[in-house]
Design a protein around this ligand. Sequence first.
Ligand code: SF4
Length: 344
Amino acid sequence: MDDRTDDGHAAGEATDGGPPRAAAPVEATPDPPARHNPAQAEVLAALGARPHERPEFDPRLRHELRAHLEERLAGVAERVPDGQSLWVGKHLLSTVHGCEGLFLAQDAEEFAWSPTTARGVVSHKAIELSVSWRGDPSPGDLVDEGIARLIGGNDRIADYLGGLGEGERAELHGEAVERVAKFQECFPPLEARWRPVPESRLRSDLCGDKVVLSGKVDLTVGRADGLKAGKVLIDLKTGGFAPAHRDDLRFYALIETLRIGVPPRLLATYYLDGGRLQDELVTEALLASAVERVVDGAAAAVSLQHDGRAPVLRPGTPCRWCPRRDDCAVGQAHLEAEAEREGW
Ligand code: SF4
């Protein structure tokens, strides 16, 4: 029986479109020694696609999306003061589509590093190193190197990390090691032919640079082949599912399409604590929904920041850490009701 796919690749054979999908066994044979643990095998099975499973997109899509976005964002761009740009990223979109009071509160606050934000940056740096590191590095070595590189770099985090006491540093190190170890346990070793790219930056300048869409994907594998989609965008998360995670990746898919004209094939959020992957295929309808979310979010942000519109308060879990929680009656009522419900 010929095991080749319709474009001549052996079933399960890796191409530069990402990891291979395992071929179905044709007859009962003893299982070969497993190269991957079950979690890794699941990731491989979910991310891989055979060439005929990769959709082809219209070459006009990129220009149509850009024209549509620029038309819809023209009013937003006009309200951005001269010499400035509205930077639209996943944080702006998730906050402004959540509670607008929280959006304004965070917008007014000067950014300060915290153990939580630093832990995320350090573990992402270590995972980034792990993708290109030769051999089998330990999570501890990767985190050590990640911290050293961040301290020696130009990022704003350098001063924060450099100023940590030994105890704070040890705690941060331990938490980052946990994340990196989970990544190594759950993800199959990434082969160079899958073209893995960690921390991939995306950007699209619109409306004469008045509106900038920007983002950074934790990991990508594969690439487009002509008009055929092949890239997979992967975000790594701790904790559990939140709808905003899916929206983040849809936003990245939109920027990627504006960038190269071919959308990614698949969006995948990987939950490290639970060893669980949520994925969805990219379609033109998905990109259209991402456009609407960007347009609505940018319009809301500009009207709050520059027109003085009163924020719409939408209480929820973020009230727990909102800078305005002590002065916000709506947030206080929500937190009291939550405490009563949970028996705090
Ligand atoms: S406390 Fe809650 S409702 Fe009030 S502004 Fe903050 S997030 Fe919004």
